[in-house]
Design a protein around this ligand. Structure first.
Ligand SMILES: [Zn+2]
Ligand SMILES: [Zn+2]
Length: 109
């Protein structure tokens, strides 16, 4: 069980997101895999029993922010790409925040 499980979007909303993404994972390399074998985009398809997951284009976005996004701004992700892209995004974000904090502290002096 994962500690920070994002509420999953399902049913008609997920279908809308998946349909907009041609019922295919929308990842074009954010997960770290450039998906060159499948034309630069992940080839996982939205299927019964193995559905894609609706998530923001930046899957590392905090859940509170993601929950406010309109469905139009969500993409269909496969589980693998989503997990890897979220991990990479969080690492980037932590790095940016650390730099930001350093700048702010610098500004105090
Ligand atoms: Zn994928
Ligand atoms: Zn991917």
């Amino acid at each position: 069980m994962t500690a920070h499980r994002r509420p999953r979007i399902g049913g008609p909303l997920l279908d809308r997101v998946a349909a907009r993404c041609e019922r295919r994972c929308a990842c074009t390399g954010r997960c770290g895999n450039r998906h060159t074998a499948s034309g630069g985009r992940c080839e996982r398809e939205h299927r019964a029993g193995r559905p894609l997951i609706a998530a923001p284009a930046d899957p590392s976005m905090p859940d509170a922010e993601a929950a406010r996004l309109p469905v139009e701004q969500l993409l269909a992700w496969c589980g693998d790409c989503l997990a890897k892209a979220a991990g990479r995004g969080r690492a980037d974000r932590a790095h940016r925040d650390a730099e930001h904090d350093a700048e702010q502290q610098f500004g105090l002096f």
